[in-house]
Design a protein. Structure first.
Length: 290
C-alpha cells in the first residue's frame, strides 16, 4: 500500500486517540458584532452547525470567550445529543470586557472555573480538547498548564492544547503536561508560525491554523491563484485550504463562516488534488496572494 502523504491523508489524529476529518469548523463568526452577544439570527447559526455535521465535519472549534459562551450554547442547542465521533474543542484563558475587548487571564482558579462553565454550557462531562487561549504573562506558565493537567487527571479534560505560542513556550508546557494541539495564525499569506508548524510535525502535535483564509483576503484571487481556481472549477479560497492540507499532514484548518455556500465550499476543499507543480505555484505566491 502506498504511504500516505499530506496530499492524500484524509484524517488527522489528535493526541493519538481522536481521529477527525481534516476540515473542521470555527464558530467565532457565529456571534454578534465584536464577537460579543448572540448572532443576528441564532436559528440560522444553529442550522449552519447542523449542516456542517451533515457534510462530514467532525471537529467544532469554540471558546468560552466567544460571546461569551454564545457559541457553546448554540453548539449544545444544535448538535446535542452529540455524535460519538464529534470532537468539540474549546478554549479558556481570556476574559471579555465588551465588544472587541479581550484580556489574557490565566489564574488557576479562573481557568478551573471556566472549564467547569464550559462543561455546563456544552452539556458535556469531559472536554475532548481544552486549549489555553492565551498565555497570561502575569502568571507562571507551569501554574496555568498545571491546573489544566489537574483537570485532565480528574477526567474533565481529555487533551490539552495551546494557542498563539512560540516553540519555546510549547517546549516549556510539555514539561508540565502532554500537548496535543497548537492553534496559531497561519495561512497562505501569513506564515510567521512556520517554525511552530515544523516543531508540531516533529512532535506529533496537531497544528490548527486560525484565520486559514486570512479573514476573507483569500476568498478572491488574482493572477496564478485565480487562474488555477478556474482550472479546478473552484473558488480561490478552496485552493488556499487545499494548499494547507497539502502543506503538512498535521494541519487541521477550521474555516469559519456564516454562509451555507461558503461552508459547503470549505468542506469540499478536502477533495481538491493539487499536482506537485500546482502546489509549488501556490506556495510561491507573494504575500498579497496575487
Amino acid at each position: 500500500m502506498p504511504q500516505e502523504t499530506a496530499a492524500t491523508q484524509r484524517t488527522v489524529s489528535i493526541g493519538g486517540d481522536l481521529t477527525t476529518p481534516r476540515i473542521g469548523f470555527g464558530t467565532l463568526q457565529l456571534t454578534g458584532p465584536g464577537e460579543w452577544g448572540p448572532p443576528a439570527d441564532p436559528d440560522a447559526a444553529a442550522e449552519l452547525l447542523v449542516r456542517a455535521v451533515e457534510l462530514g465535519v467532525r471537529f467544532i472549534d469554540t471558546a468560552d470567550s466567544y460571546g461569551p459562551f454564545v457559541t457553546d450554547q448554540l453548539i449544545h442547542k444544535a448538535l446535542s445529543p452529540y455524535a460519538d465521533d464529534l470532537v468539540i474543542a474549546t478554549k479558556v484563558g481570556q476574559s471579555r470586557q465588551g465588544p472587541g475587548r479581550w484580556t489574557a487571564l490565566g489564574r488557576p482558579e479562573y481557568l478551573r472555573q471556566q472549564v467547569e462553565l464550559s462543561l455546563r454550557f456544552l452539556g458535556l462531562d469531559c472536554l475532548d480538547l481544552l486549549q489555553l487561549h492565551r498565555i497570561d504573562p502575569n502568571v507562571p506558565l507551569e501554574d496555568q498548564i498545571g491546573v489544566l493537567s489537574e483537570l485532565q487527571r480528574e477526567g474533565k479534560i481529555r487533551h490539552i492544547g495551546l494557542c498563539k505560542v512560540t516553540v519555546d513556550q510549547i517546549a516549556a508546557a510539555q514539561q508540565v503536561a502532554p500537548i496535543a494541539t497548537v492553534q496559531n495564525l497561519y495561512n497562505l499569506i501569513d506564515r510567521d508560525s512556520e517554525d511552530v508548524l515544523i516543531y508540531a510535525e516533529q512532535n506529533n502535535i496537531t497544528f490548527i491554523p486560525w484565520y486559514p483564509l486570512a479573514t476573507g483576503k483569500l476568498s478572491s484571487g488574482q493572477g496564478p491563484l485565480n487562474e488555477l481556481a478556474k482550472r479546478h472549477a473552484c473558488a480561490p479560497s478552496q485552493l488556499a485550504l487545499a494548499w494547507l492540507l497539502h502543506r503538512s499532514p498535521v494541519i487541521l484548518p477550521i474555516p469559519g463562516t456564516t454562509s451555507r455556500q461558503h461552508l459547503e465550499q470549505n468542506v469540499a476543499s478536502a477533495d481538491i488534488a493539487l499536482s506537485p507543480e500546482e502546489y509549488m505555484a501556490i506556495n510561491g505566491l507573494p504575500e498579497d496572494g496575487s
